[in-house]
Ligand binder design. Structure first.
Ligand code: AMP
Ligand code: MG
Length: 414
């Protein structure tokens, strides 16, 4: 099965959450909007000045730009002038302040010939004259200039990021209806694994540190899910079965790494078969061929391959989009940009491959450099990398200068 086919299959299989909760804006970062949010009012809610200057009647100034205008008051942000501007009059005004009735033009304070009062207090300033000029614009923000009452501020399926939360706050919204985040449990598996922190000298022959669990949990940190670190499982059928049974009751999604390759103490696929169902196993993908996906009751299980690079690539390309789908997020295809290879690249036709690369820009063109030996055990292929390079299954070795598709990590992580 190819990656695209597997993704379609995942979207079909995984149900989207239907439960929603109301949360305060301050607790909503990262959550997925469950119902469209409509603007309750206009922004700005009143005609506001875009600059510091004097609010005036446009026609008045056009007819007699050299005349003197009496300053009848001041309008400051939060302290509007309540009167009306008539012919021959103006009001000292500041950015964001309400434009008084009658005025339809702001003359910038730089165009003022009389010394102006920068505090806005009326002081002794009673009249001003301006340099005769044609104002470039009215410097007036109409009601609803930014947001119109009734327009959608957020759509069902949007993730609440800093921009969106700021926009909701600007519209006075303090609470949002969001989908309940799915619970995602993360296991690592393997008798060879020990926790980081164990002194190197204390490692027994053949032992290595467990890295996948930390990588997976941290790469999912900004995803709309509640993560549970479920620890490490031994290569023991009974232990895996018991742990899966318990975890499947707490989690909507389980992510494991290791134990899915052939010839291995292959407990993950066997346990999926015995407790539930193995939906698919093995993809036309490099790295990540042994990926297994299945289900135990209402819990969906991603058996990611154990080699750290395979774990990450299958997490980013399959498990992560599936989690977002499950969380109610609208599917956004991964961003792909064309870039030129700075160095030749090796690839055997057969499986689509995702190598790690460093993308840079030169004279308006994107270039990409492969980060050395791409073996799937080498976490160091991510050092300095900022994208995945996609090599189609039909391609062979590619020369320097060839155009390839790259997916920046920024688009893959959010
Ligand atoms: P497996 O699929 O279990 O045979 O694992 C494939 C390779 O990935 C082996 O070299 C494992 O030692 C390694 N591996 C599996 N799980 C982890 C892990 N959590 N952290 C680091 N390496 C791992
Ligand atoms: Mg293993």
């Amino acid at each position: 099965m190819d990656l695209e086919e597997a993704l379609i299959r995942l979207y079909e299989r995984l149900p989207q959450v239907e439960t929603y909760v109301n949360v305060k804006l301050s607790d909503a970062l990262g959550a997925i909007v469950a119902k469209d949010i409509i603007a309750p009012g206009n922004l700005p809610p009143f005609r506001a000045s875009a600059m510091d200057g004097y609010a005036i009647i446009k026609k008045d100034f056009e007819d007699a730009p050299e005349s003197q205008f009496s300053v009848i008051g001041a309008s400051l942000a939060g302290h509007p002038f309540t009167g009306e501007v008539n012919s021959g009059e103006c009001v000292r005004i500041f950015t964001g302040a309400k434009v008084p009735q009658g005025a339809d033009q702001v003359i910038l304070q730089e165009q003022c010939l009389t010394r102006h009062d920068s505090t806005g207090s009326q002081s002794n300033q009673s009249a001003v004259t301006f340099k005769p000029h044609q104002p470039a614009e009215t410097y007036l923000r109409p009601i609803g200039h930014d947001v119109k009452q009734g327009q959608p501020l957020a759509k069902k399926g949007d993730q609440l990021d800093g921009f969106l939360l700021g926009a909701l706050a600007a519209s006075g919204i303090a609470e949002v209806c969001v989908f309940k985040k799915p619970t995602v449990g993360v296991f690592s598996t393997g008798d060879e694994l020990v926790d980081p922190g164990t002194p190197l000298a204390a490692l027994r022959d053949g032992q290595i540190y467990d890295s996948n669990r930390f990588t997976v949990i941290n790469l999912l940190r900004h995803s709309p899910c509640t993560l549970i670190d479920l620890g490490r499982l031994p290569d023991d059928a009974k232990a895996v079965e018991n742990a899966f049974m318990a975890a499947s009751k707490r989690c909507q999604i389980l992510i494991t790494s290791g134990g899915v390759s052939v010839g291995d103490a292959d407990f993950i696929t066997a346990t999926l078969k015995s407790l539930g169902k193995l939906d698919f196993w093995r993809l036309n993908l490099k790295p990540g061929k042994p990926l297994a996906f299945g289900q135990i009751h209402n819990c969906y299980v991603f058996g990611l391959p154990g080699n750290p690079v395979s774990t990450i690539v299958t997490l980013l390309l399959l498990a992560k989009p599936a989690i977002w789908h499950c969380a109610g997020a609208r599917a956004v295809p991964r961003l792909r940009l064309p870039a030129r290879l700075r160095s030749p690249l090796e690839h055997t036709p057969g499986r689509a491959e995702f190598q790690r690369g460093t993308l840079d820009e030169q004279e308006g063109l994107l270039h990409v450099t492969v980060t050395g030996d791409q073996s799937s055990n080498r976490l160091s292929t991510f050092k300095g990398a900022n994208c995945l390079i996609e090599i189609p299954k039909t391609a062979g070795n590619l020369p320097a200068g060839a155009t390839v598709w790259v997916s920046p990590f920024t688009g893959l992580l959010s």
